[in-house]
Ligand binder design. Structure first.
Ligand code: 2BA
Length: 92
């Protein structure tokens, strides 16, 4: 299992969450702030079985488009994704 720490722009969140839920993925949404721009963004924690990793990455690519932010405008990526091995997972 992997935990994807996925940082996305707020405007992309509704479409991404909808796509995740439609495809039976589970996610936790956290409000976050970028260290460089100090503007709000969203971090999703997505726990996924290894065999579905490519599928969830494809959904992120489809729904997170990136944007220009700040003054002067800086291009902010569609998503920043850290994939972390999960040593143990339990739902109690
Ligand atoms: P921010 O830190 O607010 O960064 C927003 C955008 O500003 C970045 O977009 C990048 O285009 C630019 N930027 C960031 N640091 C810079 C620097 N030192 N010099 C010049 N330009 C810089 P993205 O790279 O797409 O990142 C979007 C958001 O993803 C970031 O917001 C941050 O919240 C997160 N992020 C990106 N890389 C990260 C990392 N290595 N560790 C933790 N969070 C990261």
């Amino acid at each position: 299992m992997k935990l994807l720490v996925t940082i996305v722009q707020d405007q992309d969140v509704p479409a991404l969450i909808e796509a995740l839920m439609e495809n039976d993925f589970r996610a936790t949404k956290l409000a976050s702030t970028g260290g460089f721009l100090r503007a709000g963004n969203t971090t999703l924690l997505i726990g996924v079985d290894d065999e579905r990793l490519d599928e969830v990455i494809a959904l992120i690519k489809q729904t997170c488009k990136g944007t220009q932010r700040g003054e002067p405008a800086i291009s902010v990526g569609g998503a920043t994704v850290f994939s972390v091995d999960v040593e143990r997972f339990e739902r109690i």
